[in-house]
Design a protein around this ligand. Structure first.
Ligand code: WQD
Length: 346
């Protein structure tokens, strides 16, 4: 059975491709390579039991998109493609509205044209903003902190209207909490360009010596140790959530919303301590001012996904830290090999 995966060479998309492929699905991956690397495809070919076909294309290019939909018959679409930096979205809102909304509308029009009406959409817990107390359940009020989050919520609302207009649509909207870690092979993982915005890739770059120390954004929050608390979820658990959502849509039409998190909150210091313990590496840090837009505490109530999807996050913080570091080490190794520098230790 063929499925289309947009943004399938990105961090979450690539791990989902592995999970789908190793559960009987043939993935057609499209990616414009603006925020991902073609090398990921080589790793996917090694990790995937089923054929993975890659097409370099941009969802903003309707001609390319129509030709793909005229060539392949998909059973379902997983939509990851989009721009995703909250900070950048504040500076460039029009880029975020054009790319995230425009590409999604193009995709939905092509799906409608070819009568493909099964969609899994990559949303984010960022739509809950800072008004909601944790644990956060799907019916909690949303509040938007930046244009990136607004595009996610606007797309969710578009999908609800689409579903209301045509009961043949089967849609799963997945609100991710904080995905971290990497495939246990260490051959795919998170590879942000430039200075990492997110905590775990920054920690692994401190561990590798690429960064001198971690800046902890605030230790005066009302949490057990003053640092921000988040629901970190292993990327492979998140990928499995997508597989379970697809199986759910085989039996359910309509529009369905699920939180994907572990239901546990860990602080920045908890993550640092666990990373140091598991990997035997010291992570030096400095306490800095709070980062604008950050909230104190966010963790999921994922009971709906557990009950309706039969999904539960299985992997703990130690495995997340171990897999993240294994990926970083391999990543450095492959980068230094390519740059012909002497490699002292892999
Ligand atoms: C986690 C904690 C920071 C970096 C973001 C996006 C959200 C979603 C997930 C896409 C916070 C602290 C971080 C650092 C730090 N992405 N921190 N030093 O902010 O919860 O969510 O990623 O959907 O949209 O906003 O994740 O990893 O940036 O921060 O102290 O260098 O780590 O203050 O408490 P966040 P994060």
């Amino acid at each position: 059975m063929k499925v289309l995966v947009t943004g399938g060479l990105g961090y979450i998309g690539s791990h989902t491709v592995v999970e789908l492929s190793n559960n009987g699905f043939e993935c057609i991956v499209i990616d414009n390579l603006i925020n991902s690397e073609i090398q990921v495809l080589n790793s996917l070919e090694n990790l995937c039991e089923n054929n993975v076909e890659f097409l370099q294309a941009d969802l903003m290019n309707m001609e390319q998109l129509s030709s793909i939909f005229d060539t392949y018959q998909f059973e379902a679409v997983f939509h990851f493609a989009g721009v995703k930096s909250p900070a950048e979205s504040v500076l460039k809102p029009l880029k975020y509205f054009e790319e995230n909304l425009g590409s999604t509308i193009n995709l939905l029009k092509e799906m409608q044209r070819k009568d493909i009406k099964k969609l899994i959409f990559s949303s984010s817990a960022t739509v809950y903003g800072d008004l909601t107390k944790s644990p956060v359940y799907e019916g909690a009020p949303t509040s938007i902190l930046n244009p990136y989050g607004r595009t996610k919520l606007m797309i969710e609302e578009m999908l609800q209207d689409l579903s209301n207009s045509d009961p043949k649509w089967s849609i799963a909207v997945l609100r991710y909490f904080n995905p971290i870690g990497a495939h246990p092979s260490g051959t795919i993982g998170e590879k942000p360009s430039g200075i990492p915005n997110n905590l775990m890739p920054y920690i692994t770059q401190v561990a590798s010596g690429e960064r001198e120390h971690l800046n902890i954004f605030g230790n005066d929050y009302s949490t057990h140790d003053g640092t921000g608390v988040r629901d970190y979820i292993h990327i492979m658990d998140l990928a499995n959530g997508h597989l379970k959502a697809l199986k759910y849509l085989d039996k359910h039409s309509g529009n369905h919303l699920f939180n994907l998190g572990t239901g546990k909150g860990y602080s920045v210091l908890d993550l640092i301590n666990t990373f140091e313990e598991v990997n035997g590496i010291k992570i030096p840090y400095k306490i800095m001012e709070r980062r604008p837009g950050d909230i104190a505490i966010s963790y999921a109530d994922s009971s709906k996904a557990e009950k309706e999807l039969g999904w539960k996050a299985e992997r703990g913080l130690k495995e997340m830290c171990e897999n993240a570091w294994k990926w970083e080490k391999k990543n450095i190794y492959s980068t230094t090999i390519n740059s012909d520098e002497l490699v002292l230790d892999s």
